[in-house]
Design a binder for this molecule. Structure first.
Ligand code: PRX
Length: 634
């Protein structure tokens, strides 16, 4: 059960073994999980179709690994701590036995509402413990969960529900986020008008509101669980049965449903969790992400619980009621491992050190970072003021598609270098490719980051469109999984992630495709065409800069402001507040080549404030457009 590597030397030897004999390596690790039936073959794959199968023929239920098998020795150990948005509200602590009972009870409720193996269930919930219960209850009965971050709009939610043909939505009346309250059920009602597939909606009563409930379709959570047994036989799943779908953005317009399966995801999330965070038996581990993203799936819910750890969930935001909230929570619950995003660190840095210096933070042992490159200044602030220079910072590089952490330090057992994710985890074989798609062997180089051998938690397909999965990830470079990131490797072989090399913008650690935002902007009646690029933003990492052509160019500043507000509103309706463009520049035309392709390189340079570095513009259809764009840049 304890899969932790204890030193850098051990890491090096394990890494070597994992590359030389990968099947033996993963087979040994998989032995420490509970399988209803052992696998016949560890791995069967090709990257061409792609067709990837781990622990072939194995049978299991991931919740028996996350719950049942802990009961004999850890039944009374805390599985989950929940800290509410409002520090004055009482927190919740559930033991493994309590969580087990709640999951089983809700699993029975799902069955009673007509959900069975293979059915898709959308989960659109606040960061409350019932979200974890809902996720695990789906897994218990073999239903496929599709968690949608509760900041997405009704349109975005409806698209995701329809794409996966979800039969059910699990939601709440509303949620708390800082000083705000957001009416979730109202959003779900609006989405449901466009989704014929929805048969049932279960609603958790978080705020005591009285949302509109539709007779025959909508059921309160408390009514659904009433009288349900706290024992529910786990559905026996094949290793390669679908566990969940999670939508993420890519270079093209429509978000895609990344599919993860049961066996490999279980093995890898637990193995990586134990090794990266080095969590001890009595430790309290806290990841501040939302379960709506992959980080929450793998490192709030599955990884920690499968490993028998105590995981904390936080309903609130870093700055409410003040910028000391994270540190107050660390002291309050004696947090030992703390995992957050660079954007949160940069935002807290801007409030000064006083907030963090008012707390002891004595319990902290390991600090983690995820979601985007962490700049050196933020790394040092985190290391010095939060970690008091005694806690290693693990900078964890991975993606929705990778399912688990790929490149990272392992607690205190790896060399530290600011802004460097470091070395690959055992079993992970990253490579840097040049323009021609050839592997660059030496160090002190830069290239496209790809992976040349499968790992257990990698995506298997994109829901309903396998060809899209092949084209997006496996067709750029034959025989490799392509990440979409660029990276450097230093003289010691440590990796530093530079950022996306495709049309994906990373705003506060959230991924958006430029085309996705452009489509949303173009929905506004005044807009003829738009082009979106990312630009460096001091807190968000990247901000969204939109160039917009309107039917009639606004003449006054006032008109411009009104139009901007309308366009922002359209984006909020189409996607959600998280995708708001930071800057909107009205332009008479866009820099296009003769074949009609927008030259984003030019727009990026203007947005970055470097109009003197535009490069060659002679191939443009109308080079004078660029002069106007530069002259009116924001
Ligand atoms: O560009 C990389 C960046 O986030 C992308 C993946 O986004 P998403 O699927 O939303 O998952 C985020 C959480 C795992 C990557 O392609 N990214 C993630 N972690 C890091 C990072 N960039 C640099 N350093 C990281 N530690």
């Amino acid at each position: 059960m304890d899969l932790k590597i204890q030193s850098f030397e051990e890491y090096q030897s394990k890494y070597k073994q994992s590359v030389e004999k990968p099947e033996e390596f993963w087979g040994d690790i998989a032995e420490s999980f509970f399988w209803r039936k052992k696998w016949d073959k560890v791995l069967d794959y090709n990257f061409q179709e792609p067709n990837i199968n781990w622990f072939v023929g194995g049978k299991l239920n991931i919740t028996e690994n996350a719950l049942d098998r802990h009961l004999p020795e850890r039944g009374n150990k805390l599985a989950l701590i929940w800290e509410p948005n409002d520090p004055k509200e009482r927190f919740i602590r559930w033991t493994y036995r309590e969580l087990y009972e709640k999951v089983n009870q809700f699993a029975n409720a799902l069955k009673a509402q007509g959900i069975g193996k293979g059915d898709r269930v959308a989960i659109y919930m606040p960061m409350i413990p019932e979200l974890t219960v809902a996720v695990l209850a789906c897994a218990r009965i073999g239903a496929v969960h599709s968690v949608v971050f509760a900041g997405f709009s009704a349109h975005a939610l409806a698209d995701r529900i329809n794409d996966a043909q979800c039969k059910m939505v699990i939601t709440a009346d509303g949620l708390n986020r800082g000083a705000k309250q957001i009416p979730l059920k109202r959003v779900v009602n609006e989405a449901a008008e466009h989704c014929d597939c929805i048969e049932k909606i279960i609603v958790y009563d978080r705020l005591g509101w009285a949302p509109q409930m539709k007779e025959g379709r909508d059921v309160w959570w408390h009514d659904a669980i009433e009288g349900m047994s706290k024992e529910c036989e786990a559905e026996v799943m094949d290793s390669e049965d679908m566990l969940f779908i999670l939508y993420t953005s890519g270079s093209t317009g429509k978000p895609k449903g990344v599919v993860h399966t049961c066996g490999g995801y279980m093995v890898y999330t637990s193995y990586s969790f134990q090794n990266v965070f080095q969590v001890g038996e009595s430790d309290v581990y806290w990841c501040t992400a939302d379960v709506g993203w992959i980080t929450g799936h793998s490192y709030i819910v599955y990884g920690p619980l499968i490993s028998g750890a105590t995981t904390m969930m936080f309903e609130g935001v870093p700055t409410y009621p003040d910028a000391g909230r994270f540190w107050q929570v660390c002291d309050k619950h004696g947090v030992n491992q703390f995992y957050t995003a660079p954007t949160a660190i940069r935002s807290l840095m801007s409030f000064g050190e006083d907030h963090v210096l008012s707390y002891s933070l004595d319990s902290l042992k390991v600090l983690g970072s995820v979601g985007e490159p962490i700049n050196e200044e933020a790394w040092r602030w985190y290391h010095i003021h939060v970690g008091k220079e005694r806690c290693p910072v693990v900078d964890t590089w991975w993606q929705t598609e990778t399912g688990g952490i790929m490149i990272s330090g392992l607690g205190a057992h790896s060399p530290q270098k600011p802004a460097h994710a470091g070395y690959p985890l055992p079993g992970i074989q990253p490579v840097l490719l040049n323009q021609e798609g050839e592997e660059i062997q030496e160090n002190e180089v830069e290239g496209y980051l790809a992976v040349k051998y499968p790992w257990p938690s990698m995506l298997r397909t994109t829901y309903g469109d396998h060809e899209r999965c092949r084209v997006t990830y496996f067709s750029h470079y034959d025989g490799y999984y392509f990440t979409g990131d660029g990276a450097k490797r230093d003289e010691n072989g440590m990796y530093r992630i530079i950022g996306r090399v495709d049309d994906v913008i990373n705003v506060s650690g959230h991924r958006f495709g430029t085309a996705e935002i452009e489509n949303a902007i173009n929905m506004n009646d005044h807009v003829v065409e738009s082009a979106v690029v990312g630009y460096p933003h001091p807190v968000k990492g990247q901000g969204i800069y939109a160039y917009v052509i309107c039917e009639t160019l606004p003449e006054t500043e006032e008109q411009e402001d009104i139009l901007r507000a309308e366009i922002v509103e359209t984006v909020v309706e189409e996607i959600g507040k998280i995708a708001k463009p930071e800057k909107i520049q009205f332009v008479p035309g866009l820099p296009k080549t003769r074949s009609g392709k927008i030259m984003r390189r030019i727009l990026r340079k203007v947005a970055e404030g470097e109009p003197d570095k535009l490069g060659d513009t002679s191939t443009l259809l109308d080079p004078t457009v660029v002069e106007t764009i530069v002259a009116t840049a924001l």
